[in-house]
Design a protein around this ligand. Structure first.
Ligand code: RB5
Length: 146
């Protein structure tokens, strides 16, 4: 899969590890930065990954900040994005099955990197279930037109 990944300073260390983990797992990884842990503003990096997913140049996005919360809020401002801040593999799975999430945001400060690897694995391995969830996701996306 083509994965776009980025972080802020708080997520930088885990972003480096997670990007390598994804590449070793056979994914095509586009690292949107930053290149070091100097202080930056997370919306700038959420925007880059969200745009990659929204324009189809990436299949999924991964964002890492201190909590994952700011990244999710910012990414969800880009049309076409369904970003979820996830702290367990089960929620990652459900966010794909029920919500057809296309960006996962994780915490670089409060969740160990091994758990974030498991979260990302679950996220990428789980297809959207469709069925009764389809119309609900369509209603979410229709909110962008209002
Ligand atoms: C940076 O201090 C922190 O606010 C950021 O990484 C993130 O947790 C925001 O949601």
């Amino acid at each position: 899969m083509r994965i776009s990944i980025a972080s802020d300073h708080a997520g930088f260390e885990q972003k480096q590890i997670l990007a390598q983990y994804l590449a070793e797992g056979g994914h095509e990884v586009c690292d949107r930065g930053p290149e070091n842990d100097n202080r930056v503003d997370y919306p700038d990096f959420a925007k880059l990954v969200a745009q990659d997913v929204a324009n189809g140049s990436a299949d999924f996005g991964v964002l890492v900040c201190g909590t994952g919360i700011g990244m999710a809020i910012a990414a969800n401002k880009v049309h076409g994005i369904r970003a979820v801040n996830v702290v367990t593999p089960q929620f990652a799975q459900l966010s794909r099955e029920h919500n057809n999430a296309n960006v996962v945001t994780v915490s670089g400060r409060f969740v160990p990197v091994e758990e974030n690897e498991a979260i990302i694995d679950a996220f990428l391995a789980t297809p959207f279930a469709g069925g009764r969830h389809t119309g609900r996701v369509e209603k979410i996306m229709a909110l962008e037109q209002q």
